[in-house]
Design a protein around this ligand. Structure first.
Ligand code: AMP
Length: 506
């Protein structure tokens, strides 16, 4: 794995690998700690069950990830925004032997069938295994899983996307080249949570090249004064985030090239990039190289990208998602799987070496969207993204989804995931979640609920109580802003809940 080799390359220098909230972790320590953690994992568990890492941006998380890779195991990063109940849902499926816990949740909350290691335990392991060295033969390799990311699933249970060493090596080779990440000691923004694929750009692209990852913790992100103070002291060269996060930063007038004089490249991914946002960014940061990247977790991170130039912004069409990366073929097909002509809309399909082998222990869902295609005489994995798009002059344009998957502030959410979890809340008979749009963008979610039994509480109180219960089941960003209680749902001619009518009644 290139990331392990990269870290080794800088382990004898005084380079800093990670900075978070004033704390630093050197490449030397990253190498040493990951060897120790890997040796511990190899010793205590001879099988290769994946491990779970539950936390946010603590510097020590990265040695746990790399330690897992060195020991031949996949890691599953679950951000602190996952409530414990959701972590347990993942654990039920994965049956991990170990959870590295960087949150305030107590060990008891995870049940008895798993060893939960907190920071004190990890520090003990680092001391106890400080002289251990791991042989390259143990590392995760080829088609073995390196990590799994659990994304929102329409059944109410998250789906585990399996990403292999090969997937990663193919993706990182391209993105490092495209973003011009070199070994000059770059400083890369590490803002995106580790449970979201976009974080892989800084993590892998950066650590392979001896860069410093400037991590922004949830605590910092919740305090704008501190956030902008950190930006001004960061010397960040490369920015990686969703457009939504850039949008939030633009609300601060002093967010410009004076605040971040070293910033020369910005890639945004994960959701639609608007022209207004692009224009504003380029006004605030003259000469900045702005890029739009596109891709699903199922194809590692990104499969297309484009530089957002003045010509693109001044064009009549929306900002394209760009050209396919090296080693990936993009097809746009109709309902029968036949390629459409240039300019015609269809479903986006990606074929090539960065496409995942499928969802963990979920053959049915895997078979629905993954298949094999022959490209240049080779059998390659293909993924039907569910995204609608078209191609003109080689450039691909995105124009929405064919299902109920949405992006809210950059977070990928299946509307049915929230609805299914709402139905688990006591006294909820049925539930619908509606995205509410503002300026052609989803501004927030509105829940609508039918109660099992009427009680003497006001609708407002019922709504608040339901939200509280829902927060225990799903990530906070998935919880609708408010819950409206209805006596019964309107039904359309097909006998289904009439979402359109509900939307009109909002
Ligand atoms: P995720 O797996 O969280 O990266 O989400 C993948 C989905 O986000 C894609 O299937 C698209 O629907 C959407 N998406 C990702 N990048 C872009 C982009 N640049 N423009 C529009 N939508 C995007």
């Amino acid at each position: 794995m290139e990331i392990i080799k990269g870290i080794k390359k800088y382990a004898n220098t005084d380079r800093i690998a990670l900075k978070c909230d004033g704390e630093e972790l050197s490449y030397k320590d990253l190498e040493r700690f990951s060897e120790s953690i890997g040796a511990y994992l190899k010793e205590v568990h001879s099988d290769n069950t994946p491990i779970i890492i539950y936390g946010n941006k603590d510097n020590l998380i990265v040695p746990c990830m790399i330690g897992a890779l060195k020991s031949g195991r996949a890691y599953i990063p679950l951000d602190v925004t996952f409530p414990v109940e959701r972590v347990l849902t993942v654990a039920e499926e994965v049956e991990p032997k170990i959870i590295f816990n960087f949150t305030d949740s107590s060990k008891e909350e995870f049940g008895l069938n798993v060893t939960v290691l907190d920071k004190d335990d990890i520090n003990r392991i680092l001391e106890e295994y400080k002289n251990e060295v791991i042989n390259e033969a143990s590392w995760v390799k080829n088609d073995e899983n390196a990590y799994m990311l659990f994304t929102s699933g329409s059944t109410g249970k998250p789906k585990g996307v399996q990403i292999s060493s090969n997937n990663l090596d193919n993706f990182t080779k391209w993105i490092i080249d495209y973003l011009k990440i070199d070994d000059s000691g770059m400083i890369i923004m590490n803002q995106v949570s580790y449970s979201f694929d976009v974080s892989v750009i800084a993590l892998y692209g950066g650590l392979i090249n001896g860069a410093t990852l400037f991590s922004l913790s949830k605590k910092t992100m919740g305090n704008y004064k501190e956030l902008f103070k950190q930006f001004s002291e960061s010397n960040i060269n490369l920015w990686v985030s969703t457009p939504s996060f850039v949008g939030i930063c633009l609300n601060e007038d002093s967010f410009n090239s004076k605040m971040m004089p070293k910033l020369n490249s910005m890639i945004v991914l994960g959701e639609v990039l608007s022209k207004n946002l692009s224009k504003e960014v380029l006004e605030r940061f003259p000469g900045l190289r702005l890029m739009n990247g596109y891709g699903p977790t199922e194809a590692t991170v990104a499969v297309t990208a484009i530089d957002v130039t003045d010509d693109i912004i001044n064009d009549d069409k929306s900002i394209p998602i760009g050209y396919a990366m090296d080693g990936i073929e993009i097809k746009i097909v109709d309902k029968n799987g036949k390629e459409v002509a240039d300019g015609e809309k269809g479903e986006i399909i990606m074929i090539g070496k960065s496409v995942s082998k499928g969802y963990f222990k979920n053959q049915e869902k895997t078979n629905e969207v993954f298949y094999y295609e022959e490209i240049n005489g080779l059998k390659e994995r293909a993924y039907r993204a569910g995204d609608i798009g078209y191609r003109i002059d080689g450039k691909i344009y995105y124009c929405g989804r064919k299902d109920f998957q949405i992006k809210l502030n950059g977070f990928r959410i299946e509307i049915e995931d929230i609805e299914n979890n709402l139905c688990k809340v006591p006294n909820v008979r049925n539930a619908v979640v509606l995205p509410v749009y503002k300026d052609e963008k989803i501004a927030y979610l509105q829940g609508v609920v039918e109660l099992k039994e009427k009680n003497n509480l006001s609708n407002l109180k019922n709504g608040v109580m339901i939200k509280k219960e829902l927060e225990k089941l799903i990530q906070s960003y998935m919880v609708p802003r408010s819950i409206k209680i209805v006596d019964e749902f309107p039904i359309n001619t097909n006998g289904k809940i009439d979402r359109k009518k509900l939307m009109e009644e909002m």
